[in-house]
Ligand binder design. Structure first.
Ligand SMILES: Nc1nc2c(ncn2[C@@H]2O[C@H](COP(=O)(O)OP(=O)(O)OP(=O)(O)O)[C@@H](O)[C@H]2O)c(=O)[nH]1
Length: 933
């Protein structure tokens, strides 16, 4: 293929390009070969035939002239013979003496010499010279021919002498034939040819001058002269050699003629072929150029081929195809622009406007309208569920602004739109004008075509196109393409909206999530620079218990109910969000402190109303912290943090209430966070220590066991009691790690004492309900006992009644498992809880500890004595071992002993002691402790 050229070829360029085109050259060469070869072949064959014919002719003529030459030589011989015959047999008198005798003159012209020899062999007469030495002078023998030619070689001569012997009645003639006379006829033509005369196989006879260098291709004419009859001699062979020049010259005109003819033929062929090639190539070039332009996606100019043959037909088809492809390119380009706008997330109105413009341009419509049927404006929109006349554009203002009314159509329009398949003349002619048409300016359309844009089987929208006359198939096809884009654009927009909605909303409650809260709070803060704004941080009280006791599903339902209650209470303009877990945040724009506090109170009351879930009532309540902008903060983070602090304060203050943020809270909370961080470090860096408080047998005052109590040796604050950090640990989940550490350390200490020979029956440690919730208690107990080689019955675990609030079943199962190993379980703070007797009865406990609240009033308050008695009686009736704690006086000890308590513990006997102090107790050896208080 020819290399692509940039300039489009005109007719002149088309002509010039005939020889530049490879195809053109190839065809031309083919034509030339097709015509030239036969001409050349014919010329060659003709020439050869002619040359051969002329050669034959020449040969024939040569043979003829050779024969003529031979015949002339024969004539000379005959002349010589007749001359001798006419000579008288006797030498005429005086003849020999007179050299001017006319006979002698004739004789000397023919012979070089002649001699008459008589019968006796006497030379009677001689004229001229005869080479007598070389001549056999023998007389003719009888029977010899009268005339005889003799060839007499002469030393040094180029040819033998030709002698003629003629017998006469009294003698004979011997004459030496003059070579000039004999070979004269041949010598006349010696300028063009040369002759050779010889006897067969003999030497050359003629003695004529020879061409020095014979021509290699000379022509030769041969003829044999019979001499046997007349002269009794051997035949002479005549050869005439002629150079070939004459023959070639004879063929030249023909050659010239043939060349000229061939040239004329070739010229005609070239002209004809060029004409034909041009007729083929010019349309081909035009088509090729058209194809290239099409490939370059340049605007398709029709290919100009003015002929009615196949090329004309091809050009017409090509133009048609190019037109279609061009239209498709443009369509694809337009669709590509729309696609790009969709993919790059351009705003929906922009995408729709682009689409409507293209609809007008590509379909020839005078009006293009989008009616949206689904998702129009989101669930809260006034148009929800009703068709919306979303956007339109008219041909008469294609470059101006389009219309974007978002006009909501009547509910009755929906079924009409939904029932649509792509239809022409919709609504049918003559029907009442549709409501949507009245919302548009005058479009001038006489026919409407509706294309329903479906997405996942639901009709999202309808693209309505108004025409002046019914559109053709191609235009309808274009409309369908645009309709598909419309479906995609709307679906993408909707998906975007859903994704955004999901990103800023909480799935469970439908409220704003933390991201949504951040967005909206920022927006409110921007809008309320001048006015006040309140942030309410709400945390449900003891919500975890609901989860633990009823499961997460119930917890979820309860969160939903709480969210509904919040929304029902707050004003319309408030933002309600779920910040996470059981935490909600309400942003109240334009409220003062009093209004915010009143609303917080109202919310507390509302949330304190029991929730009904799963057929049961649940009392929850909430703690609310209130922070106000601008006095408590002007940015989102500060306001939320301060509201959270206030909420914490409300929790600390007893829950079910609200608290307004105060600057001091910040201080307290900062300290709390510092302490929490220190505690986290303390657990891993051995800052915790155990002190042991002896427990004394009420009967004999001997120390039987001890309670391990944790202390924190803070590097800066000194030794801290559990009251300073256990609550913090409980809130932060550090309690489990602390509980495990306490149990392991107590076992380790027991093992050390054991190795020292110090005997203690049991050590008791406190177990947090959270240790039971985690489900790891049994494993940790096993590991602690095994690691330190302590018998299970030397360990006692103290639990509180609060374990029954959560998943009591799981807690009891774990305690039962521990108990089966021989470890004792003590119920701490017995009497302060609310457990029913039947529940208590089922608890897997061995020991019941009477709370110090009852013990401390013994001897001062009769009711305390009554309660303590009841508790001890109850415990005994259940078969439990009893321990009373908080013993501070001897009176209390006496009373408890009287009431039948098994063991006692308190300052009266001993404060909690370090291991070293504990080891130093003399009672460790079994003495009564009563005396050491
Ligand atoms: N059902 C349910 N529970 C959740 C969800 N998100 C968090 N929680 C639980 O909600 C509880 C919130 O814990 P806290 O607020 O610390 O516990 P609380 O019992 O309310 O304690 P106070 O706030 O001190 O009264 C945790 O147990 C979480 O596991 C949720 O989406 N659904």
């Amino acid at each position: 293929m020819a290399a692509p050229r940039e300039t489009p070829p005109g007719p002149a360029a088309g002509r010039a390009s005939v020889l530049r085109s490879r195809v053109g050259r190839r065809i031309l060469v083919m034509f030339l070969l097709a015509a030239g070869l036969p001409v050349a072949l014919a010329a060659f064959i003709g020439y050869q035939t002619l040359v051969s014919f002329l050669g034959e002719q020449a040969q024939r003529s040569l043979t003829r002239t050779t024969r003529d030459g031979g015949m002339q030589v024969l004539g000379r011989l005959l002349e010589a013979k007749s001359l001798l015959e006419t000579w008288p047999p006797l030498v005429p008198a005086g003849a020999g003496a007179d050299p001017a005798h006319p006979m002698l003159a004739g004789l000397s012209r023919v012979f070089r010499g002649a001699r008459w020899v008589d019968d006796q062999g006497q030379v009677r007469w001689q004229v001229g010279e005869i080479a007598s030495t070389a001549v056999p002078l023998s007389p003719p023998r009888p029977g010899d021919a009268a005339a005889r030619l003799l060839l007499v070689p002469v030393a040094g001569a180029p040819a033998p002498r030709v002698m003629l012997r003629l017998a006469q009645p009294q003698g004979y003639w011997l004459a030496d034939v003059h070579p000039a006379h004999l070979w004269g006829p041949l010598a006349e033509t010696a300028a063009q040819a040369h002759w050779e005369v010889r006897e067969p196989g003999g030497p050359v006879l003629d003695g004529l001058r020879r061409v020095a260098q014979p021509h290699p291709h000379e022509a030769v004419g041969r003829w044999t002269l019979f001499l046997g009859g007349e002269f009794g001699a051997t035949d002479w062979e005549f050869e005439q050699h002629l150079p070939p020049v004459e023959l070639e010259f004879a063929g030249l005109p023909l050659l010239r003629w043939a060349v000229q003819l061939g040239a004329v033929v070739l010229l005609i062929v070239v002209l004809l072929s060029l004409t034909q090639i041009r007729r083929t190539l010019v349309p081909l070039e035009a088509l090729l150029d058209g194809t290239r332009r099409l490939a370059r996606r340049e605007r398709a100019e029709p290919v100009q081929v003015r002929s009615s043959d196949e090329f004309g037909e091809l050009a017409r088809s090509f133009n048609e195809m190019a037109g279609r492809i061009d239209a498709q390119f443009q369509s694809l380009e337009a669709l590509g622009l729309i696609d790009r706008a969709i993919v790059s997330g351009h705003p929906l109105p922009e995408v729709l406007d682009q689409l409507l413009r293209q609809a007008l341009l590509r379909t020839g419509a005078v009006a293009a309208v989008v009616v949206r049927l689904t998702g129009a404006g989101g669930p809260s929109s006034r148009s929800a569920g009703r068709p919306v006349l979303l956007q339109w554009r008219l041909r008469q203002a294609v470059d101006g602004d389009g219309g974007r009314a978002e006009s909501v159509l009547g509910e009755t329009e929906r079924p009409r739109f939904e029932a649509l398949e792509a239809t022409m003349d919709w609504p049918p002619a003559g029907s009442v004008a549709m409501a949507w048409q009245t919302l548009l300016p005058d479009t001038g359309a006489t026919h409407w075509w509706a294309c329903p844009a479906r997405w996942q089987a639901s009709c999202q929208a309808v693209l309505l196109l108004g025409f002046m006359k019914p559109p053709g198939r191609r235009r309808r096809h274009e409309a369908c393409d645009l309709r598909d884009r419309l479906a995609v654009a709307l679906a993408a927009h909707e998906r975007e909206q859903v994704l955004h909605w999901r990103a800023v909303h909480d799935d469970l409650t439908g409220l704003a999530n933390r991201h949504g809260l951040n967005e909206q709070l920022d927006r409110c803060l921007e809008a309320s620079t001048a006015s006040a704004l309140a942030v309410l941080f709400i945390d449900l009280d003891h919500f975890k218990d609901v989860n633990d006791s009823l499961g997460h599903e119930m917890g979820d339902r309860l969160l939903q109910q709480a969210a509904e209650r919040l929304q029902a209470v707050v004003p319309r303009e408030a933002v309600v969000a779920r910040a996470g877990g059981d935490e909600f945040v309400i942003v109240l724009p334009q409220v003062d402190e009093g209004r915010a506090a009143a609303l917080a109170r109202q919310l507390c009351e509302r949330l304190a109303v029991p929730f009904v879930c799963g057929g049961h009532e649940h009392v929850l309540g909430a703690s609310i912290g209130v922070a106000l902008a601008p006095q408590h903060g002007v940015d989102r983070a500060t306001l939320l943090r301060h509201a959270d602090m206030a909420m914490y304060q409300a929790k600390q203050g007893g829950r079910g209430r609200h608290a307004l943020f105060a600057a001091t809270m910040d201080e307290a909370l900062s300290e709390r966070s510092r302490l929490l961080a220190d505690l986290r470090r303390a657990v891993v860096s051995d800052e915790l220590v155990l002190h042991y408080q002896p427990r004394v047998d009420a009967r004999d005052g001997c120390m039987r066991s001890a309670e391990a109590l944790v202390r924190w040796q803070h590097p800066e604050l000194g030794l801290l009691s559990p009251a300073r950090f256990i609550a913090l640990a409980e809130e932060s989940d550090l309690i489990e790690a602390i509980g495990i550490w306490v149990m392991r350390e107590a076992c380790a200490q027991m093992a050390r004492w054991q190795r020292q020979g110090l005997v203690l029956e049991r050590v008791s440690v406190n177990v947090s309900p959270r240790q039971l919730v985690s489900g790891r208690l049994v494993g940790e107990v096993d590991r602690a006992l095994a690691d330190h080689g302590v018998a299970p019955d030397r360990l006692e675990l103290e639990v509180t009644e609060s374990l029954l609030v959560g998943d009591a079943k799981q807690a009891c199962e774990q305690l039962e498992a521990v108990r089966r190993r021989g470890v004792l379980i003590a119920l701490d703070d017995f009497g302060t809880g609310y457990s029913s007797l039947s529940t208590l009865r089922q608890l897997p406990v061995d020991v019941m500890k009477v709370d110090r609240a009852f013990v401390k009033d013994l001897g001062q308050d009769d009711s305390a004595l009554a309660v303590t008695r009841t508790i001890l009686t109850l415990a005994r009736s259940l078969g439990k071992h009893t321990v009373a704690e908080g013993m501070e006086t001897a009176e209390q000890a006496d009373l408890l002993r009287e009431l039948g308590c098994d063991e006692m513990q308190g300052f009266f006997f001993s404060r909690p002691l370090t291991p070293a102090q504990f080891e130093a107790l003399p009672q460790f050896a079994g003495a009564a402790l009563a005396s050491i208080g």
